[in-house]
Design a protein around this ligand. Structure first.
Ligand code: ADP
Length: 425
């Protein structure tokens, strides 16, 4: 099998989100962590391949090198169309890495121009006249203003992108997008003829994203949030590059003992953890200060003592004051690393004692768990919530169900919904 589309994502839960939206089309989507070994190119790539990197905030040169290696692997596997996926809030620093990676991929593919469309209307992220909104707030007035790693202090994507790239930046505005694919393409072509290489593209709804995807169906490289990728499989089918849908939603998920690991402190995850505790699940809170003092022995003992038949919750999820207190005492990185290390160890323990359904909340937390279990590839199944799929994973102990949830995704009842779906499968 030759993948019709090769995608590169800048973080783990972002990749899972992208893979979920692509799988809605019924295409078979696989998600790989890190650049696969060269030899893996021959081993049954799927219809759509997503490579999850962790390059959102690493130095530019490292991000570019990893993205180029991922592109090389996807091209060797036979992909001809490519997608560079970043966050729908355009998470980046003044240096990058959204622009530099796009520019490097453009150079390697020999393309002169591409588009930037981070809109994710289903999750409240829209772009109008180049300005990104999070719900009703401009990006720079949203909570992203105070993000610890990528504080977003400007809402204008053309201004954010310009210092990240060498080429000129332009805009296809929303009034043009509303006029449909032909008008969009004409506006893009005119900008490119004028010397523009990086074209921010407005979209306030899925219809706009559909029109943008149709306008650029023949471009080798598109960049954006996961929502722009959603219409791509249907367009690739029309182009004869992808076979008819085979039904990704039919993926069989293992039944059996379940564990929820939550290392996200995002507002929505806090509600989800509270809901699972209120519903009476056995729950253990991990406190970074206690982990620093006493280690993780007590948590491992607690998990080992839980009956296998009820879903169990282990969470470090806490209110901002409590997170700040731990960070003040331990340092931000040490506090995070202690929690991530504990989650990784508990995931290993859980797999060793037969847990076959694992739900992880938090991007960094998910990265730590996946790495600890040695999972290299996920096959994408049905969505629990927009952007959060059940997946089938494989580690040394065999196959298991894995769901990776980024902080703010899902409804308050997300964990119960996830577990109900997997046990019904
Ligand atoms: P999200 O997707 O919500 O951003 P992440 O897992 O990416 O979640 O990031 C949360 C970070 O906060 C992780 O590094 C995690 O280890 C850390 N963390 C979790 N709980 C606490 C806590 N109680 N105190 C300090 N840091 C914490």
């Amino acid at each position: 099998m030759t993948p019709a589309l090769g995608c590169i994502a800048d973080d783990v839960t972002g990749a899972s989100d992208l893979a979920a939206l692509l799988a809605r089309s019924g295409a078979r989507v696989s998600l790989r962590f890190g650049v696969p070994d060269a030899g893996e190119a021959g081993r049954s790539p799927d219809e759509i391949e997503v490579i999850a990197l962790k390059i959102r905030t690493v130095p530019v040169a490292e991000a570019v090198a990893q993205a180029r290696a991922a592109l090389d692997w996807l091209r060797a596997a036979g992909a001809q169309r490519f997608f560079w996926k970043y966050c729908s809030t355009f998470d980046s620093t003044p240096q990058g890495n959204i622009g530099p990676v796009a520019e490097a991929l453009m150079a390697d593919l020999g393309v002169l121009a591409t588009i930037y469309a981070p809109s994710f209307p289903e999750n409240g992220r829209t772009v109008w006249m180049g300005n990104l909104f999070v719900g009703r707030q401009p990006l720079a007035e949203s909570p992203m203003r105070d993000h610890p790693l990528t504080p977003m202090r400007d809402s204008d994507l053309t201004r954010l992108l310009a210092p990240q790239v060498r080429g000129r930046v332009g805009l296809v505005d929303g009034l043009t997008v509303a006029r449909g694919p032909k008008a969009i393409r004409a506006s893009f072509d005119a900008a490119v003829a004028d010397g523009v290489a990086h074209v921010v593209t407005d979209a306030v709804d899925d219809a706009g994203l559909d029109a943008i995807a149709a306008a650029f169906a023949d471009l080798p490289l598109l960049t954006g949030g996961s929502a722009l990728a959603r219409p791509l499989p249907a367009l690739l089918r029309v182009a004869g590059m992808l076979p008819p849908a085979t039904g990704a939603a039919a993926l069989a998920l293992p039944a059996g003992p379940a564990l929820v690991l939550s290392g996200s402190c995002s507002a929505m995850t806090r509600r989800q953890v509270a809901a699972m505790i209120d519903a009476g699940a056995p729950a253990l809170r991990l406190d970074p200060l206690a982990l620093a003092r006493d280690g993780i022995g007590a948590a491992r003992d607690w998990l080992a003592a839980q009956p296998p038949d009820a879903p169990v919750l282990v969470y470090a999820t806490a209110e901002p004051e409590s997170v700040r207190a731990a960070q003040d005492r331990l340092g931000r990185e040490v506090a995070g690393a202690l929690v991530e290390g504990a989650m990784a160890q508990l995931a290993q323990d859980a797999r060793a004692r037969g847990v076959t359904r694992l739900v992880v909340a938090g991007g960094e937390t998910s990265g730590a768990v996946v790495a600890a279990l040695g999972v290299r590839r996920l096959v994408i199944g049905p969505e629990i919530a927009p952007g959060v799929p059940w997946t089938r994973a494989q580690d040394a102990a065999g196959p298991f169900g894995l769901a990776l949830k980024s902080g703010n995704f899902g409804e308050p009842a997300f964990f119960a919904q996830a577990l109900a779906m997997a046990s019904a499968a």
